[in-house]
Ligand binder design. Structure first.
Ligand SMILES: C[S@@+](CC[C@H](N)C(=O)[O-])C[C@H]1O[C@@H](n2cnc3c(N)ncnc32)[C@H](O)[C@@H]1O
Length: 412
């Protein structure tokens, strides 16, 4: 066991500390804290985990939070940490000196800033009843009697499920809408036919809809899926664009913060003839930008997201947007374009996408990222390939966690 002083948080939410044997990256401490940690050797650095906090950060948040909340600090203190984390990722991984615009805080949903913002959450079922979280990087189940990160419309559903007998299930998923003040539930695992009656009873209790998904090694809702009861989707307001959301496909979990990002994205790009969005989900970003282009193509792999996007487009009367259900790696077929927008999963851009961008060289690339490390890697490569980074701003979509979103614009 060693005593360490945590200097700062780095990408991945790990605390960086210096030791006589080299740099250590530890899980569980906050910048400025003195901790006792156990360490082990990784390739070229030490890694570890905090066992005890010896001198806590004066603004440490002391109320109970779920284990995913790895930044337990009073809200205003979280923001400079995220700003620095993105800035340092860009310098260390992207090898770029560039001054970021100041972090955009999450808008408040209640009188308590930073809490009650998430409109989606997944829980495991504790063997002794109630909902539980899997501790990050382990299989340990931690019971959670209350989750102050989920938005208010999800709270009654959380209570209901906590006391409901839900045998033979692996996970429950919640997706709510602040706009509609309603919630959908997803059941994962077991057999759909065992949950028909439960689903109907939940709808009678006020749940808007229930969907079942088979447990699949490919991931949540990547196997067989069945709609069990109630409505198939909800509407949510993302910065003035009403977009459909459902439990089984991706949508941003902090709608007000995402709405601000989409609005700023629409302002920072130069208008043009054609825009292509890769990793488009249901195309909320394209819907925000469509009026600035003659033609917009949104490419997304998930069929449910494409279906929702097409319905949203028609409901909103947007006529210059087409969806293509395909892999982002086919981007070459849709270029040239004046703008390519990307919002990839945490792994960042697929090598084929990066190569396609560098070959076809669209004039502008709008890059939205949920992982600063892979974003910085990709930005570094695009800059090496001739682009200039023009604008980048961290957005706090995920208060009380180390996660941070980035909006950025590159051009030739
Ligand atoms: C971070 S989400 C962004 C969605 C959307 N921009 C939004 O804000 O709602 C990433 C999206 O990429 C999609 N996706 C993942 N891999 C893909 C691929 N290889 N080709 C196309 N879409 C992909 C996922 O289904 C998901 O909808």
């Amino acid at each position: 066991m060693v005593r360490l002083h945590i200097e700062k948080l780095v990408a991945g939410g790990l605390g960086l500390a210096r030791t006589p044997s080299g740099t250590a990256l530890v899980q569980g401490g906050l910048p400025g804290e003195t901790v006792e940690a156990e360490l082990w050797q990784r390739k070229n650095h030490l890694e570890g985990r905090v066992i005890r906090v010896l001198e806590a950060h004066p603004a440490r948040y002391l109320e109970a939070l779920p284990p995913s909340a790895d930044l337990p600090l009073e809200y205003p203190y979280q923001l400079p940490i995220k700003q620095l984390l993105v800035q340092e990722s860009l310098e260390r991984i992207g090898k770029l000196q560039f001054e970021l615009a100041p972090v955009q805080p999450s808008p408040s949903y209640t009188a308590q800033p930073g809490l009650y913002y998430r409109t989606a959450a997944q829980y495991a079922l504790h063997p002794l009843g109630g909902l539980a979280y899997r501790r990050p990087r382990s299989n340990e189940l931690v019971p959670i009697p209350h989750d102050p990160l989920i938005a208010e419309p999800l709270q009654p559903a959380f209570e209901l499920l906590s006391g409901w007998p839900l045998a033979n299930l692996e996970e429950v998923v919640l997706r709510g809408s602040i706009y509609e003040q309603k919630v959908q539930i997803g059941f994962i695992g077991g057999h759909a036919r065992h949950f028909q009656k439960t689903a109907q009873a939940l709808v009678q209790e006020g749940i808007a809809g229930v969907v079942w998904g088979a447990s699949s090694p490919k991931g949540r809702f990547r196997g067989p899926l069945q709609h069990l009861a109630g409505t198939p989707h909800l509407l949510e307001d993302f910065g003035g664009v009403l977009s459909s959301v459902n439990v089984q496909s991706f949508a941003q979990v902090n709608p007000r913060a995402a709405g601000l990002l989409f609005q700023e994205a629409a302002q920072v790009v130069e208008p043009g003839r054609k825009a292509v969005e890769l990793y488009a989900g249901s195309g909320v970003l394209s819907l925000h930008l469509a009026h600035r282009f003659t033609e917009v193509v949104a490419i997304e792999i998930n069929p449910s997201a494409v279906k929702r996007g097409e319905a949203d487009r028609d409901r909103l009367g947007v006529q210059n947007l087409v969806f293509v259900r395909d892999d982002a790696r086919v981007l070459g077929r849709h270029l040239p374009a004046d703008l390519v927008m990307v919002d990839p999963p945490r792994a960042g851009l697929a090598p084929e996408v990066l190569a396609g961008l560098l070959e076809k060289k669209p004039r502008q690339i709008l890059y939205i990222a949920c992982d600063p490390a892979t974003w910085a890697r990709d930005i570094g490569r695009l800059v090496q390939g001739g682009y200039r980074l023009r604008f980048a701003r961290p957005y706090d979509f995920y208060p009380f966690t180390h996660h941070v979103e980035v909006l950025s614009l590159l051009s030739l």
